[in-house]
Structures are given as C-alpha cells and as structure tokens.
Design a protein around this ligand. Structure first.
Ligand SMILES: Cc1cc2nc3c(=O)[nH]c(=O)nc-3n(C[C@H](O)[C@H](O)[C@H](O)COP(=O)(O)OP(=O)(O)OC[C@H]3O[C@@H](n4cnc5c(N)ncnc54)[C@H](O)[C@@H]3O)c2cc1C
Length: 382
C-alpha cells in the first residue's frame, strides 16, 4: 500500500540505510548470530553514513533534525534486508532523547561527537534482577560523596550491554523520598570506571546477535558531572522518553511481520504439495491475504503514530496501545507464517525461524504487554 508520510529526503535516507544494511550487516548475519554480538566497525560505518544521532546539533556531527520518520526507515530497512544484531534502534530511538535533551553543554561536548560517529555505543540500564515492570522499586543506589556518586548494584537484560561505552544507569539517589519513584536519578557510567564490570552475555532464545548483558556496579565512583537531567527526577525523565521507545518497538513489529509475509508468499508460490503450489490451497491463500491486509492496516496505524510523535502529540497511552497491538499482531502473523513453511519453518537455516525466535521478546521488553494494557486501562479511568 502506498504510504504518504514521506518526503524526498526520506527516500534518499532510505536508500543509504538499505545499502548499509545490505552491504555491511546482512552478509555478516550468520557470523554475528553465532558469536552473539556485532562488529564495532559496523557502528563506525553507520556513523560515517549519518545513520546515528541525526537529532543532535550540527556542531557535534548531527543534523539537528527530530523526525521519527528517519527512525522508522532505519528500523524498516534493517528487517527488509534480513539484518540482525546491530542496536542502532536502541541508540537512535531510545537514547537520543536522553542525550539530546537532558545533557548540559559540557556533557554534549564530551559525549556527542563520538555518539554520532559510532565510536560511543550507548545503553540504558533500568531493569534489575528483582525489578523490571516494577521500575520504581529498583535497588541500585548512587550515594553522594563530595564530587562523586558511589554507585552500587546490578542490572540485567541490558541491550548493547557488552559493547556500550556509555550506560545511562537508573539509580536510587534518595532512599528516603516520600514515594519510591521520587528518589531516582539517571547517571552515566562509562567503560573503564573502576568497579564497573559486565557479566556474561545472556543466552537468549532469539535476537542472538544482539548483545544483552548483566552489568555490575561495585563502589563505582562517578563524577557528579555525569548526572543527566535533574537529581531525583529520573523517573519523570524516563516516563517522558518511553513513548518513543515503545513506538520504535511497534515499528519493528510491523517491519518484521511484513518481512515474514513476503517470505511466506514467495515460499507458498514455490513449495508444491499434491501437485500444486501450497498457496493455491484456499486455506493458505486466505491466510496470506489476511496477513497481507493486516500488515497494511498495522502500517497505516503506526504511520499515524509516527506523525503524532513528530507533532509531539503521541500520548503515553497511545504509545503503550500501539506497542501492545503491533507486537501481539506481529507474533500471531509470524507464527502463522512459520506454519506455512511446514517442517522447514522449524529449521534455523530458514529466515522465518529466526524471525519467529526474534519476535517473541517484543511482547516482553520495553514494558510487557500486560503493563501496556494496564497503562491504557488507567487512561480509561480504571
Ligand atoms: C532481550 C531483552 C532486552 C532488554 N533490554 C533492556 C534494556 O536495554 N534496558 C532495560 O532496562 N531493560 C531491558 N530489558 C528488560 C525488560 O524491559 C524487562 O524484562 C521487562 O520490563 C519485564 O520485566 P521483568 O523481566 O522483571 O518481568 P516481571 O516484572 O517480573 O514480570 C513477570 C510477569 O508478570 C507480569 N506482571 C508484572 N507486573 C504486573 C502487573 N502489575 N499486572 C499484570 N501483570 C504483571 C508481567 O507482565 C510478566 O508477564 C530487556 C529484556 C530482554 C529480554
């Protein structure tokens, strides 16, 4: 279906993104999947091509453009080319808001040039072994000691966790705050700081090329200059940035579902049973027709969310609803597409198998879908 949200500059960006994924990422997909993380050189190449941090001011290498259509294009081409692992979405969709809006001039000088060039990979560390959905109850502490915070605690499931040079760590800075969410701050911990260590790369069902790690902080002395945003207002900063993160996940959902339907349509033309292509059986033809239509409907809705986020009018409830609906629909579609592949769908060598494994976590991270529905429900007054 023809989409009407893009301008010529987006088409140009799309062709750069497509060529980057086709030449730098897709050919390495299997190696990265086997190894569990991507080459840093891919990040540097993305930086050179302007595929990271275009939201940042020009003097730091960005383009000073806040337009989520560019985020959408990058996520779409990533899946359309069968690429894996590179956490550009984490940096562009999630971290850009923090580094653009919450940093001081001094911090921008220090971090942004390398953020944009791909020399600095970033991560956000909210979840802990004992607190994921219940974010206000995190236990990692940052205690003020003169010009430093002393950070203690651990985080888990952190995307880009192994490669990250800068980690935005969600810490408790005021244990006596009247309410738990009022004593939280965002502190940037850097590679090389004493006491900051990484645990094992987590052995995930899917998204195997994306490094996801545990992080440990033992008496890490972090200069107060690494606080971003306001002390004890960290929870509010998170709430402000979560809608963009959730929309990013919804965009991935549509792009992955679209890829699955395309692969399955091709397969249903080629694979024969009982002397005819399996797509000629009405049950399969109808399944593909339904899923093709559903992808178009998803795309149209998510495009409207992109327009809304650009106009600064996408609400937290709307973003949560989009994340829930897109990822639940994605899962149903990709599972049906795998079924269309028969036994081959269960063989890792087939891309549909990887899409199915990769899709499962979409209903879990960025806030579980149960939490998404809770947010929507609260908006209805419950
Ligand atoms: C691959 C991957 C990448 C991730 N990347 C990051 C990252 O970069 N940074 C980061 O900080 N975190 C990251 N996460 C963590 C992710 O956001 C959490 O796993 C998620 O928020 C759920 O938290 P939890 O695992 O502690 O589950 P829990 O909170 O323990 O939830 C367990 C179950 O209980 C349900 N539940 C909990 N509370 C309620 C409630 N009030 N009502 C109804 N049901 C409820 C949940 O929906 C879920 O089904 C990642 C996770 C994965 C798997």
């Amino acid at each position: 279906m023809r989409r009407n949200i893009f301008e010529p500059e987006h088409d140009e960006f799309r062709s750069t993104a497509k060529s980057f994924f086709e030449t730098v990422c897709a050919p390495n997909s299997q190696e990265w999947e086997d190894r569990g993380y991507v080459d840093r050189s891919a990040w540097l190449e993305a930086g050179k091509l302007g595929l990271i941090g275009w939201e940042m001011p020009e003097k730091f290498g960005g383009a000073d453009i806040q337009d989520f259509r560019f985020n959408a294009i990058l996520n779409e081409e990533y899946h359309a080319t069968g690429s894996v692992g590179i956490g550009l979405g984490v940096q562009n969709d999630i971290l850009s808001g923090y580094f653009r809006d919450l940093t001081t001039d001094e911090q921008k000088d220090r971090w942004l040039p390398k953020y944009v060039s791909g020399e600095y990979i970033t991560a956000i560390a909210m979840s802990e072994p004992g607190a994921g959905s219940d974010l206000a109850n995190i236990k990692t502490t940052a205690k003020r000691d003169g010009d430093h915070y002393i950070v203690n605690g651990s985080k888990t499931f952190i995307s880009n966790g192994l490669l990250a040079d800068l980690v935005v760590v969600v810490c408790r800075t005021d244990p006596d705050a009247a309410k738990p969410h009022k004593g939280i701050s965002l502190i940037v911990v850097e590679t090389g700081m004493e006491g900051f260590t990484r645990g094992r790369k987590l052995d995930k069902i899917g998204q195997r090329a994306a490094d996801t790690a545990e992080l440990f902080f033992e008496n890490v002395r972090v200069p107060v200059e690494n606080l971003i945003g306001e002390e004890n207002r960290g929870f509010y900063h998170l709430m402000r940035n979560l809608p963009a993160e959730r929309l990013g996940i919804a965009i991935h959902a549509v792009a992955q579902a679209k890829r699955a339907v395309e692969l399955s349509t091709e397969y249903a033309h080629e694979r024969k049973a009982f002397g005819q292509p399996i797509g000629e059986f009405q049950v399969n033809r109808h399944a593909l027709a339904q899923m093709h239509t559903e992808v178009n409907v998803m795309q149209t809705y998510i495009d409207q969310c992109i327009v809304a986020v650009n106009a600064n009018s996408l609400t937290g409830d709307e973003a949560a609803g989009a994340k829930w609906w897109a990822t639940d629909t994605q899962w149903r579609i990709i599972d049906r597409c795998l079924q269309l592949h028969g036994g081959y769908g269960y063989i890792n060598e087939y891309e549909i198998a990887r899409l199915w494994r990769d899709a499962r976590v979409q209903r879990i991270y960025g806030g579980t879908n149960e939490i998404m529905l809770d947010i929507v429900g609260k908006g209805l007054g419950f």
